[in-house]
Design a protein around this ligand. Structure first.
Ligand code: NAP
Ligand code: MG
Length: 492
């Protein structure tokens, strides 16, 4: 299937397609051409409240929260199977809407399927404890779903990052309301239909599309909202944390990054160069955990930079829908302008743009938001392109003379999502991994993650974790039950 300009997607509330209370529609664009590919209904805050009400009702009245977890597991496995069966359709829709290459979208869809399978496997393993207490008493704990959980997703991995938290919340027996990013709502809306077909009861999985500042806030501030899972920018994350704190509800925040890639002189430089390229040019650099700061030993600086440059210049730019494209466009003209602004500022302040740095202004790609893979050298650690998240295919290079200096440079950031270390020396690998202030570290590997490995950040990169064995439990609350076993005066 390919989305046509005439395709229209409604909101998904209470198991039904809904045009929204105002009947408004919004165009969705293809970043490779900036032309419309579809329209969606546009929610108003009252539609957000409608979705919360539908979710609350379903949570209280359907079998989802109270029946056997194994039954939820079967439905989630069915959903995983349906997405797998329609993998190509989902991947194409994601690519058309977000711009990433088909290869990348297919990888995202495979990850989504694995995530659903993984959390389905945990749905019937939610259990409490028995706790020995004095006297003729019996004490135990229960794990209950939270109720209605809200999920707010960004545009860089539209369905993957949405389902990464929606999946475990559903596995735990919650009713969810998802708000995808305004730029990339299509796969979430398509998925909600698949969930209904798989047997998710009406109202347990709702999707509303609308402006974050209105519709997103209406969801978070709704009295029925019992937790918020947010993936996006630090600025909005802070706002969400404030709103959640005022309601005394938990929030999981997956925010930005400025991840260091530390390369020691003994590293396999060919492998490192490929890994570095994947880590910063993958998804056109629009990754929270992009390895955006290369921190390289001065003795191998020129050699490694030559190899990284060759990787960058060897990438074929093209619409994500073209099978041979290695890198797609940035998601929007605004995002392109922002990224080019960083490069211009660095160049103006005396840094060397080793390769790339300009919008593709000629040929068929000029219509889209294409930027050549960019490497910037001779930067001061204080440069804005070194300190701030660029969210584009732009690698900043810094050099070090000692391992201590490498770690200091790597940790000299307000973020702490991811870091990677390239060395053949076992002691260096493990010692530096411990010293790096990041929630995830890879050794001799580009950024890599699996549904079973925890994903989360230190410092301003976020709060809480997604993925991993404890993720389903994190969408439950604990209740302690103390039972008196009947003596007239139990001993204390
Ligand atoms: P964003 O601007 O923060 O938006 C994220 C989501 O929040 C969107 O759905 C947005 O809706 C919504 N939103 C905006 N303002 C809101 C408000 N006041 N209340 C409630 N919701 C609101 O982020 P983005 O530009 O889409 O994504 C890029 C950012 O995400 C980067 O900083 C990146 O590092 C981060 N990210 C982090 C991770 C991670 O796991 N740590 C993963 C991927 C991305 P609209 O679309 O309508 O504005
Ligand atoms: Mg935004």
């Amino acid at each position: 299937m390919s989305a046509q300009a005439t395709d229209h997607y409604e909101l998904f509330i209470g198991g039904k397609e809904s045009p929204g209370s105002g009947g408004e529609r919004r165009e969705v664009l293809n970043p490779a051409t900036n032309r419309p590919i579809a329209t969606t209904a546009l929610a108003r805050p009252e539609d957000a409240r409608h979705a919360m009400e539908a979710a609350e009702t379903a949570f209280r009245t359907s079998w989802w929260a109270t029946d056997d977890g194994g039954k939820r597991a079967r439905v989630l496995l069915k959903l995983a199977g349906s997405i797998e069966t329609h993998a190509e359709e989902f991947a194409r829709l994601e690519t058309l809407n977000m711009g990433k290459t088909l290869r990348e979208s297919r990888g995202d869809v495979a990850f989504i399927v694995r995530t659903l399978e993984y959390v389905a496997g945990l749905a019937d393993k939610i259990q409490g404890e028995t706790i020995p207490v004095p006297g003729p008493r019996f004490d135990y704990t229960l794990r209950e779903p939270l109720g209605v959980t809200v999920h707010i997703a960004p545009w860089n991995y539209p369905l993957l990052l949405a389902l990464r938290s929606v999946g475990p919340a559903l596995a735990a027996g919650n009713a969810v309301v998802l708000k995808p990013a305004s730029l990339t709502p299509l796969t979430a809306l398509r998925c909600a239909r698949a969930a209904k077909e798989a047997g998710v009861p009406d109202g347990i999985f709702n999707v509303v599309v609308g402006n974050g500042s209105e519709v997103g806030e209406a969801l978070v501030t709704d009295l029925r909202c019992r937790s918020v899972s947010f993936t996006g920018s630090g600025e909005v994350g802070l706002r969400i944390a404030e709103l959640a704190a005022r309601r005394v509800i938990p929030s999981t925040l997956e925010l930005g990054g400025k991840s260091p890639v530390v390369v020691f002189p003994d590293a396999d430089l060919d492998r490192a160069a490929k890994g570095i390229g994947f880590g910063i040019f993958g998804n056109a650099g629009q990754m929270c955990w992009a390895g955006s700061r290369l921190i390289v030993a001065r003795s191998i600086h020129d050699e490694l930079l030559g190899k990284v440059r060759a990787v960058a210049e060897g990438l074929r730019l093209g619409p994500g829908t073209e099978e041979n494209a290695d890198m797609g466009p940035l998601v929007s003209p605004d995002q392109l302008d922002r990224v080019v602004g960083f490069v211009t500022e660095a160049r103006d302040s005396g840094a060397t743009v080793v390769t790339g740095g300009a919008k593709v202004a000629e040929g068929p790609l000029r219509e889209g938001n294409f930027l050549a893979p960019t490497v910037i050298d001779q930067l001061a650690p204080s440069a804005r392109v070194v300190r701030d998240e660029v969210f584009g295919p732009v690698l900043s290079v810094l050099s070090f003379d000692s391992p201590e200096e490498a770690v200091k440079l790597a940790n000299d950031t307000r973020y702490g999502l991811f870091a990677s270390v390239w060395t053949k020396d076992l002691a260096t690998a493990h010692t530096v991994s411990r010293q790096l202030e990041a929630g995830m570290v890879t050794v001799n590997e580009a950024p890599a993650t699996f549904p079973q490995t925890p994903f989360g950040g230190y410092k301003e990169s976020g709060l809480g974790f997604e993925q991993g064995l404890h993720v389903v439990e994190s969408y439950t609350r604990r209740k302690n039950v103390l039972v008196n076993l009947g003596s007239a005066k139990p001993k204390r």
